[in-house]
Design a protein around this ligand. Structure first.
Ligand code: G
Ligand code: G
Ligand code: MN
Ligand code: NA
Length: 254
């Protein structure tokens, strides 16, 4: 209850910040986008991980105003960078179940795009595999409505949930994000290597791109390159960083 109270205040006091983690083209090594990841800059406890407060925000419903803040912040940030003449990149925003399932969610996205003036092709929405596969029929139609707005869609944490391939082929998804739990051991664990290789092949058959998460070393990069993985994200390239640091990277002409 106390945390709920302070989460409420955190919104009003503007204690949330967005960090951004670069997403890189495996072949060119260039940054092509980034994932927005929220942090809570608590006056006493410092930076608090979303892993600690997002579940509480989900349960209390505070995820709705927080999620709305994240969307607007990310879109505004991109507009700022575009207006400053920096190279155009996409921003991916994580959606939680409660947001995605909300009745007027599609309208809300349309509203944010209109209010910020962001070209929809630069906004990517991430839904987790387990969220997409729960009530998959309803998810299919909602994903199509979102797709019609012109935004990009990706499935997050792919491989950790229970996917029906029958639904997967019906989702208008641009990108599958391979969960980092498979990427960590790809060079030492044959099973994980096979899973990653299979996900990449399947995604390409379904005309989706693949991004590997949690890429931490050159050996993993080599493996992914060899398997035709499209994009990667991970500490090898960059951890999630504050906007000012990402801006420097963009100015560096990545
Ligand atoms: O950045 P970090 O690895 O600490 O993120 C931990 C978890 O919090 C991840 O599962 C990530 O998807 C989730 N997360 C980060 N930012 C957001 C957000 O803005 N909205 C939602 N719903 N989840 C987020
Ligand atoms: O669930 P989601 O994929 O949205 O979560 C992203 C989380 O993964 C973030 O909390 C981020 O800090 C973390 N992360 C990003 N890159 C790496 C990495 O290379 N290794 C590890 N262990 N975690 C990472
Ligand atoms: Mn994510
Ligand atoms: Na993930």
């Amino acid at each position: 209850l106390q945390l709920e109270q302070s989460l409420h205040q955190a919104l009003e006091l503007e204690e949330f910040v967005l960090y951004y983690q670069p997403q890189v083209n495996v072949y060119t090594g260039k940054m092509i986008g980034m994932e927005a990841l929220i942090r809570w800059n608590h006056p006493e406890h410092g930076m608090i991980s979303p892993a600690l407060f997002i579940p509480i925000a989900e349960n209390t419903g505070l995820i709705e105003p927080i999620g709305d803040w994240v969307l607007r912040r990310a879109c505004r940030q991109l507009i700022e960078w575009q207006e400053a003449g920096l190279p155009p990149v996409c921003v991916a925003v994580n959606l939680s179940a409660r947001q995605f399932q909300k009745q007027n969610f599609v309208e809300q996205i349309a509203e944010v795009l209109q209010e910020t003036g962001l070209d929809p092709q630069y906004l990517e929405l991430e839904v987790t595999e387990s969220l997409a596969m729960t009530h998959a029929d309803r998810a299919v139609s909602k994903l199509y409505e979102l797709k019609h707005l012109g935004v990009k869609l990706s499935i997050d944490d792919f491989g950790t949930g229970y996917s029906s391939l029958n639904y997967l082929k019906r989702f208008p998804i641009d990108t599958l994000k391979i969960d980092r739990s498979f990427v960590g051991d790809i060079t030492s664990n044959e099973g994980d290597a096979t899973i990653v290789t299979t996900i990449i092949a399947m995604a390409h058959t379904l005309e989706m791109k693949v991004i590997a998460e949690g890429v931490e070393n050159e050996e993993q990069l080599e493996f992914l390159y060899g398997q035709g993985c499209d994009q990667m994200q991970g500490y090898l390239f960059s951890p999630p960083r504050p906007a000012e640091e990402i801006e420097k990277m963009l100015r560096g002409g990545l």
